[in-house]
Design a protein around this ligand. Structure first.
Ligand code: PEP
Ligand code: MN
Length: 343
């Protein structure tokens, strides 16, 4: 349930209203926008009589929210959330960012790749130090040493780092190392203890959509993080599993506007895992940009044939630079200021 507060309400009145609601065992989520203040009421609100609330001096109107996701819901928070990822890099609400780098951190070549992607216009550095591999015999990642390499590259280039955390027991290590954005991978998108653990921090979380997740399940995964207190969630559409075998996954471009409609959280597209093949990655990146994504996550490797993981979908630095120039043109088209009637 949401209660829209009248513009004339004072802070004191708002505080006492919140106290009154919380005193009845409900949680609240206050969204103070430019035009209106909304109090989201979370709990079994069937016990609340909306007419009773509407009679209160400071309440403009009350609306039931039927979706099970509350904090991630745009009805609770009509304005786009902007997530601050560090080094002045903000994503969402019109801020578009590109995260690029190798699938896995492999060693010193990370710096070479990081410099190249920055030069081409990437604003965040990605790379996995802990890899969720389908086979236990595949390369599992460098671990803490990989995090150190990422943080060294980050410090040199002033770029926030995005890297995957797979185990709730590692979250503290990621915080100690100063990781800017913790990625939750597709295979862990419903690992609820992990979602709760990152939810107990205030570090931004890049939450990938699980391979067979519906959009509602995806938003409920975001809700797990947010319900623990961390509002800094970035959603990532990275392709879902379908009957199609010609690509690694099927890129659900639809999910981008649907997520924007349902939620205020920033939405990123990952064309690398969505397609699985270098030759298709750029087309999917353009589609995500055209669909209004707030950013992209793209795998780039200086020598894709020698990559320790996901070489088949890596762009070379020059392919990435080409993609970035075209993405910038598409962004111009998508954000161009055209009059309301033409839209
Ligand atoms: C990755 O980003 O390298 C990765 C493993 O992604 P996903 O979890 O989407 O498969
Ligand atoms: Mn990968």
């Amino acid at each position: 349930m949401i209660a829209v507060v009248k513009e004339t309400a004072t802070q004191e009145q708002l505080d006492s209203f919140i106290q009154w609601i919380e005193g009845r065992g409900f949680k609240t989520n206050v969204s103070q926008g430019d035009n209106e203040t909304i109090v989201g009421i979370i709990g079994d609100t069937t016990q609340i009589d909306p007419f009773l609330l509407e009679q209160m001096d400071i309440i403009e109107r009350v609306q039931r929210v039927s979706e099970p996701f509350k904090k991630a819901n745009r009805k609770f928070h009509p304005e786009d959330t902007v997530v601050d990822c560090g080094y002045g890099v903000r994503i969402g609400g019109g801020n578009f960012q590109v995260m690029a780098g190798p699938c896995s951190v492999e060693g010193q070549n990370l710096l070479t790749i990081a410099r190249a992607v920055k030069e081409a216009g990437a604003t965040m550095l990605r790379g996995g130090a802990y890899k969720p591999r389908t086979s236990p015999y595949s390369y599992q990642g460098m671990g803490p040493k990989g995090l150190d390499l990422l943080m060294e590259a980050s410090a040199e280039l002033h770029m926030p780092v995005v890297t995957e955390v797979m185990d709730p027991r590692d979250v503290q290590l990621f915080l100690d190392k100063g990781v800017h954005v913790m990625q939750i991978g597709a295979r862990n998108a419903q690992n609820f203890p992990l979602l709760k653990e990152v939810g107990r921090t205030s570090t931004p979380v890049l939450l990938k959509r699980g391979m067979s997740m519906t959009i509602d399940e995806f938003l409920m995964a975001a809700e797990y993080v947010m319900s623990e207190g961390n509002p800094n969630v970035i959603l990532c559409e990275r392709g879902i599993r379908t009957f199609e075998t010609r690509t690694r996954n099927t890129f659900d471009v639809n999910a981008i506007p649907v997520l924007h409609h349902l939620s205020h959280l920033p939405v990123v597209g990952d064309p690398s895992h969505a397609t699985g093949y270098t030759r298709y990655v750029r087309s999917a990146a353009y589609a995500a940009t055209a669909a209004g994504a707030d950013g992209l996550e793209i795998e780039v490797h200086d020598k894709p044939s020698e990559a320790w993981s996901d070489g088949a979908q890596a762009l070379t630095p020059s392919q990435f630079a080409d993609a970035m120039r075209r993405v910038a043109l598409i962004r111009q088209a998508v954000t161009a200021d055209i009059s309301e009637e033409d839209r």
